[in-house]
Ligand binder design. Sequence first.
Ligand SMILES: NC(=O)c1ccc[n+]([C@@H]2O[C@H](COP(=O)([O-])OP(=O)(O)OC[C@H]3O[C@@H](n4cnc5c(N)ncnc54)[C@H](OP(=O)(O)O)[C@@H]3O)[C@@H](O)[C@H]2O)c1
Length: 243
Amino acid sequence: MKTCLITGVSKGLGKALALKFKKEGFTVAGISRSKPDFNIDYHIQVDLTDKNAVEEIYEKFSQKYNRLDVLINNAGIGLYDSWENTKEEDLRKLFEINFFKTVLITQKFLPFLKETKGSVINVSSVAGKIYVPFMGTYCSSKFALNAFSDSLRAELKPYEVHVLNLIVGRINTGFSSRALGSLKPPETPSFGGSAEKFSEVVFKAYKKKKREITFPYWYKFLIVISKIFPYLYDNISLKSWKK
Ligand SMILES: NC(=O)c1ccc[n+]([C@@H]2O[C@H](COP(=O)([O-])OP(=O)(O)OC[C@H]3O[C@@H](n4cnc5c(N)ncnc54)[C@H](OP(=O)(O)O)[C@@H]3O)[C@@H](O)[C@H]2O)c1
C-alpha cells in the first residue's frame, strides 16, 4: 500500500490532506505536537524546533514502514511584525519550521522516495511569490522554500522523483491567530478557498505530476499585477494594514 507522510498533520491544511490521501487509499503517517482529532494510521508527536526532531521522525517512521511514496512538507507558522521589531528568537523559530526542518526531513527521506519514484509536496504560499509588508520574515521563508522546490525538482529529475510546489492563498484555518510577532494581520477575504477543496485540487495535481499550482487560482492574477505595478502594489499592501 502507498504511504504518505505529512508534517503539520493535526489541523488545517495538513488535516485536510491527511483525510484526502487516506480516502484515496494511502496509509497516512503524520507529524505534529498535538494529537490529531481524527483517524490516522500513525502519529509521530514531535516539536519540529527540537534539535533531534528529524532523527526521531526518521527512526519512528522507518521502524514501522519500509516505503514512502509521498512526503508532504506542510507544517508552517506565520509571523506578523516589522523587520525593525522582529525578535531574533521568532525569526529563528520561523525559519526552523518553515524552511530548515523541511529541507532536513526531505534530505533524510530521499532514499525512500528514490526507491518508490515518489513525490515531495511542499506547502508554500503566495507570500513566497510576492512580498507583503510586516510579513517580510514569513515571505522570506516561503521565497526560500520555492527556491528549494525548484532546484530540488531539477536535481531529482534523473531519479524520477516528482516535486510539487503549492502556492497557497488565504484559507481560513486559524493559521493567522497562531502566528508569532506583535502585530495582528488585516482581515483579508479567502474567496474560493476551503481546506477540503484545497486537498482535492492538490491530490489531482499530485496525480498529474504537476510542478506547481496556485490555490485559489485567482491569486495568480494578484502575483502578476504586483510584478507589473510594483509601486501601486506597495501602496495598496501598506494601506491594507491601516484600519
Ligand atoms: N491557511 C492559510 O491561509 C495559508 C496560506 C498560505 C500558506 N499556508 C501554509 O500552509 C501550511 C499549513 O498551514 P495551516 O493554515 O494549515 O496552519 P495551521 O492550521 O496553523 O496548522 C499548522 C500545522 O503545523 C503544525 N506545527 C506548527 N508548529 C509546529 C512545530 N513546532 N512542530 C510540529 N508541528 C508544528 C501544527 O501542529 P501542532 O500545533 O499540533 O504542533 C499544525 O498541524 C503552512 O506551511 C502555511 O505556511 C497557509
